[in-house]
Design a binder for this molecule. Structure first.
Ligand SMILES: Nc1ncnc2c1ncn2[C@@H]1O[C@H](COP(=O)(O)OP(=O)(O)OP(=O)(O)O)[C@@H](O)[C@H]1O
Ligand code: SF4
Ligand SMILES: [Mg+2]
Length: 378
């Protein structure tokens, strides 16, 4: 299990994206290959615009691996997860389950959702409030495990509730969602996801709405599921400390694009993209535990707001906010640079031999220096 490594790539690396067919690498259980999602929206005056929510993103998950997807609000994380869950059809690119493209038939969709389950941020919204836990779980079992008898479903329900530490199971099965705490509700949601015996869980900030005191317990539950069941997990989070605790690899999204990915310790201790550096340096101290999302991005406003995805910046999308920006950053998209051990970043600093500057200064100091330069020039 430990030899498997999830990988994330961007469009410039199309050759690498085809690596599974060309090598003996184990099959990816789930892969989004060069996917984009554009939404057409209508403005107040009736004019239509296109929101480029995700552009040319590739995500690959192997069994038993946990990949954290981080990035500030609006960077496209949920849209990517919803494409992986097939709730959104990609505008471009394809989703592959065990290397096979998924067809649109109802049967194929159901089979797909037996393998890939999405867990939302809000556990209350995910459960039918009018029905007891028993009904919520039984429905999933009826749909995805049609071979089970009523007694078999009852037994499976007990196993599932025990699995997520909701014991005595019979007591919890009889409760309505509003009778449970937030943590208990999210456990029911996870139990329901497990009812279909998936191979992949897509967790869209699955613990962010839970009380801080039970987040660690939930992280341990997710960790156990990957160890015991070999589940692959895409873990979307704003919490770098939680990602560091749970995940093997971290992928960073900015304005709809993947900008960096690699082994978690490498990315956290030596970020190779200025935006990742900003995220890490503005994240709460891991020693203080799981942080608040507003706190995490408190430093991100230094050089302006995240860009519009209707009319994103040319060149590197981070250039209007980047303290390291060079003239070419405004006009040409940076290529992806491989940094070894599966770590890569898309930034001109690597191409221009200036990557050392990332380690030599803090993002805040570089921002101050850039502001000074801009003031002198004006
Ligand atoms: N159905 C939709 N129609 C139009 N625009 C959408 C739709 N869904 C998402 N978007 C836009 O796509 C962009 C990415 O949104 P997304 O929800 O994927 O970001 P996110 O990274 O998950 O943000 P957050 O951290 O706040 O959850 C945003 O600009 C959002 O407004
Ligand atoms: S490519 Fe340029 S603007 Fe983009 S992150 Fe790198 S230095 Fe900054
Ligand atoms: Mg989201």
């Amino acid at each position: 299990m430990t030899e498997s490594v999830p990988e994330v790539a961007s469009a410039p690396d199309r050759q690498a994206a085809q690596a599974p067919e060309q090598t003996d690498a184990p099959t990816y259980v789930l892969e989004a290959r060069d996917v984009s999602k554009h939404f057409t929206v209508r403005g107040p005056l009736g004019r239509t615009s296109v929101v480029r929510a995700v552009e040319d993103a590739t995500v690959r998950l192997r069994p038993g691996q946990i990949l954290a997807l981080v990035g500030e609000s609006g960077s496209g994380k949920t849209t990517l997860a919803r494409m992986l869950a097939r709730f959104h059809e990609p505008t471009q690119g394809e989703i592959l389950l065990r290397g096979e493209p998924v067809t649109g038939s109802r049967r194929a969709q159901r089979a797909y959702h037996s393998e890939v389950q999405l867990i939302f941020q809000d556990p209350f919204g995910a459960l039918n409030p009018l029905h007891r836990v028993r009904y919520n779980l039984d429905r999933a079992l009826r749909l995805h495990q049609p071979h089970l008898t009523a007694a078999g479903r009852e037994q499976r329900m007990t196993e599932l509730l025990e699995r997520v530490s909701l014991t005595p199971a019979a007591e919890f099965a009889a409760k309505f969602p509003h009778e449970l705490s937030g943590g208990q509700r999210q456990r029911v949601v996870i139990a329901r996801a497990l009812a279909v015996e998936p191979k992949v869980l897509l967790g869209d900030e699955p613990i962010s709405m839970l009380d801080v005191s039970i987040r660690l317990e939930m992280l341990n539950l997710l960790q156990r599921l990957r160890t015991e069941d070999g589940l692959a997990l895409l873990y979307i989070t704003h919490d770098i400390a939680g990602a560091r605790y749970l995940c093997d690899e971290i992928a960073v999204m900015y304005a709809g694009q993947m900008v960096e990915s690699g082994p978690k310790e490498e990315v956290i201790s030596s970020p190779q993209h200025p935006y990742t550096k900003l995220l890490i340096e503005s994240s709460p101290d891991p020693e203080r535990g799981v942080g608040d999302r507003d706190e995490l991005f408190a430093g991100a406003d230094e050089l302006g707001e995240p860009p519009s995805l209707i009319d994103p910046p040319t060149g590197c999308r981070f250039h209007p906010r980047c303290p390291f920006a060079m003239p070419e950053c405004a006009t040409e998209a940076p290529p992806r640079t491989e940094l070894g051990d599966g770590h890569w970043a898309t930034c001109w600093l690597h191409v221009k031999g200036r990557a050392g500057e990332l380690a030599e200064t803090t993002h805040a100091a570089a921002t101050g220096a850039r502001r000074g330069t801009l003031q002198e020039a004006s």
